[in-house]
Structure formats: structure tokens, C-alpha cells
Design a protein around this ligand. Structure first.
Ligand code: XIL
Length: 360
């Protein structure tokens, strides 16, 4: 949809022809979340906004927060050592602001090599040069969107999953700058926009009081103790039916993080059907149960201030899980709350109920 790509374009008055708009009993998620209040958001894809007018219309109606899924990552923003390409990011940020959506900036410093550009990995930079590269990146990106991006995932996935290994996972930034890279990234981000809320974001919190969650807690407690400017923790929550999160331990995990004086955001919630049983209709009910669990746990704690899913419609669902499962890339995914025709799935109704505080 070329119209969306015009900076400053508003879709506020656009006709919404998605089926969900026609469901008499459906209320937009953002309206249901207002009394709490908790922000409800979704990751957004540049190509979907560009090609699919219904995607934009539904996004604006249902949500009040968006996370550009890839547009603010090094792989997209940094074609070279000196160059920045803000093209896609600018389009998404302008779209969001024009349409009254807040933005979660994702992510300034992702330690995993496979998500960093080859020129960086292969550049043979000295520790001093790497430090300068990260500082310049954080300053430039946060500085550009100062006052427009409400919060940033400053550091993503820094903690090792393997309990036998040191707390901080191996990766480019740790190798180049040492473990201080985390404190530094937060300090630079804070200097670039003192009003922005700064988050540490990580995955595999499906066993919320398990080893990984303990390690994340240990990391952020250290940041708080050292008075590093951190304001929150993002729990990704990429779930699957084979390992559904336990509601009580998720609540307890959120509670201990908020006792550190931090906010919690659920940042990347989706629920794969791996491990589900029975026909698809039953699996979609099981999936709704997981969405309900996470939404209820989020609603339970006032310091949990945002619930963000990693996309909202299966029409634009991620296919990387298909690859992992050995299925063809084109196979439809079922990860998200709305189906390929934008109709609410049981998952969407379950989120809605939990936002209203109703038991399932
Ligand atoms: C994923 C995107 O969904 C993919 O499109 C991309 O190819 C790789 O990154 N944790 C994160 C997200 O913090 O940025 C990841 O997003 C999913 C896992």
C-alpha cells in the first residue's frame, strides 16, 4: 500500500473492511486494556504495511504500541561501517506517530553473531574501535528518534542458556568490549535520550523461574545495583504447546523483577502449535489457553505495563519455525491471535477476556 509509505500519512479515517470490524461483540484490544491501563502492542513488518491495507487498518484499530520487527536492527540499519540506512525505520516510525501508536525500539545491541552484519563480524576491529562503533550506533539511532521512540530494547539476549557456561553468552560485543558492553550500551542510550525507557530483553522465560530466568534476574539486579540506567525487562515469551508457561511461576518472575523497581513488558508473545494434540480446532483452543495464561499474568501486576505479540495475523506469520520443523516455508503458520483473514481466533478472544479480567 503505497499510501502508507507517504511520511505523515494518517489512516485514522480510512474505511476498515477487515472481518473483525464486522464482529458485533468484538471490542478493540486497546480499548479493553484502557481501564487497567496496559499497552497492547504487536511487532510490525514493513512489507505488510506496504502491501496490505487491511493490515494497517487493523493495526491502528486494535493496538497502541508497535515494535518494528527488523527495521531497527543492525542488519538493516547498518549497510557498512560508516553508513546508516534509516529508510525503513523512518517509514515505520512516521507511520506509527501519525497514527497515534507508541514505539518500542528493538534492538540496539544484540550480542548474537548471526544477527550482525558481516562487515562488522569480519572487520578485525580493535577493542577500542568496536567500542567506538557501538557508541556511535547507539548515539545515532537513539538520537535520531529522541522523543519519538518511547522505549528501547537496549540489550537483547545477552545471557547464556547453558548453566555450565558463564552468565554472559559469547558473542561479538562480549568478545570485543568485554562484559562491560551492557552497562555501556545503557549509559550511552540514556545520554542520547534521557526520557526514553530502557529495557533488557531476553527469551526462554517459558519456564519463568528456571535457570535462564534466574540468570536474567541476576544480570538485571546487578545493573540496578550499579545504578545503570535501566527501567525495565522484556520477557519475549515465544511459546509452544509442548512447553506452556506456568502461570504461577510467570507471575512470581514478573513480581521479583518489579520488586527491583523495574517495569516488565511482555515483548514477543507468540504460541506455536508444536506439541499440540488433536485436530487443528482443538490445538487452537490449547493455544488460546497459553495466550490467556500470559495475558492474565501480565494483567496481575500493575508494573507489567505492556503486552506485545510478535505479529498479530497469521497472514503475515513468521515462517522460520516452519523451517526448523522441516516444513516447506510456504506452509501457513498458526502462531498469532488473528487468522489469515483477520478474524479473531480463540487466542484473540482469550486475550480479550483476560484484558477484561474475566476468567476463561
Ligand atoms: C526475528 C524476526 O522475527 C525475524 O524476521 C528475523 O529474521 C530474525 O529475528 N528474538 C528477538 C527478535 O529479539 O528480534 C527475533 O525476531 C526473534 C527472537
Amino acid at each position: 500500500m503505497t499510501l502508507v509509505l507517504v511520511a505523515g500519512m494518517s489512516l485514522m479515517g480510512a474505511v476498515d473492511a477487515t472481518p473483525v470490524a464486522a464482529e458485533a461483540s468484538w471490542m478493540p484490544l486497546r480499548d479493553l486494556a484502557k481501564p487497567r491501563p496496559i499497552q497492547v502492542g504487536t511487532a510490525i513488518k514493513h512489507q505488510a504495511l506496504e502491501k496490505d491495507p487491511a493490515y494497517a487498518a487493523m493495526l491502528i484499530r486494535e493496538y497502541d504500541l508497535v515494535t518494528p520487527e527488523n527495521a531497527l536492527k543492525w542488519a538493516v540499519l547498518r549497510p557498512g561501517r560508516v553508513a546508516f540506512d534509516f529508510g525503513r525505520a523512518d517509514v515505520l516510525v512516521n507511520f506509527a506517530i501519525t497514527n497515534n501508536l507508541q514505539i518500542r525500539g528493538h534492538t540496539l545491541c544484540w550480542n548474537l553473531d548471526q544477527h550482525l552484519p558481516p562487515w562488522l563480524l569480519e572487520g578485525r576491529y580493535t577493542p577500542k574501535e568496536s567500542r567506538r562503533l557501538l557508541r556511535r550506533h547507539v548515539q545515532a539511532v537513539v538520537g535520531r528518534y529522541k522523543g519519538r521512540v518511547a522505549c528501547w530494547d537496549v540489550v537483547n539476549e545477552a545471557v547464556s542458556n547453558d548453566p555450565r557456561k558463564p552468565l554472559l553468552a559469547d558473542g561479538f560485543w562480549k568478545r570485543s568490549l568485554g562484559p562491560d558492553y551492557i552497562d555501556l550500551a545503557f549509559q550511552w542510550a540514556h545520554a542520547a535520550d534521557p526520557q526514553a525507557l530502557l529495557f533488557y530483553n531476553d527469551y526462554d522465560v517459558g519456564d519463568p523461574m528456571g535457570t535462564k530466568s534466574d540468570r536474567i534476574y541476576e544480570l538485571v539486579r546487578g545493573l540496578v545495583q550499579r545504578q545503570v540506567p535501566i527501567h525495565g525487562v522484556g520477557l519475549q515469551m515465544h511459546c509452544r504447546l509442548s512447553q506452556p508457561p506456568d502461570e504461577d511461576s510467570l507471575r512470581a518472575n514478573i513480581a521479583r523483577l518489579t520488586r527491583l523497581g523495574l517495569q516488565v513488558h511482555i515483548t514477543e508473545l507468540d504460541v506455536g502449535l508444536e506439541g499440540g494434540s488433536g485436530p487443528l480446532t482443538e490445538q487452537l483452543e490449547q493455544q488460546a489457553g497459553v495466550y490467556a495464561t500470559v495475558t492474565r499474568a501480565a494483567m496481575d501486576n500493575p508494573q507489567c505495563t505492556a503486552l506485545v505479540t510478535w505479529g498479530f495475523t497469521d497472514k503475515w506469520g513468521n515462517t522460520h519455525r516452519n523451517k526448523r520443523l522441516g516444513k516447506p516455508t510456504g506452509t501457513p503458520t498458526h502462531l498469532l491471535p488473528f487468522d489469515r483473514e483477520y478474524r479473531p481466533k480463540p487466542a484473540a478472544w482469550a486475550i480479550a477476556k483476560a484484558l477484561k479480567g474475566e476468567a476463561r
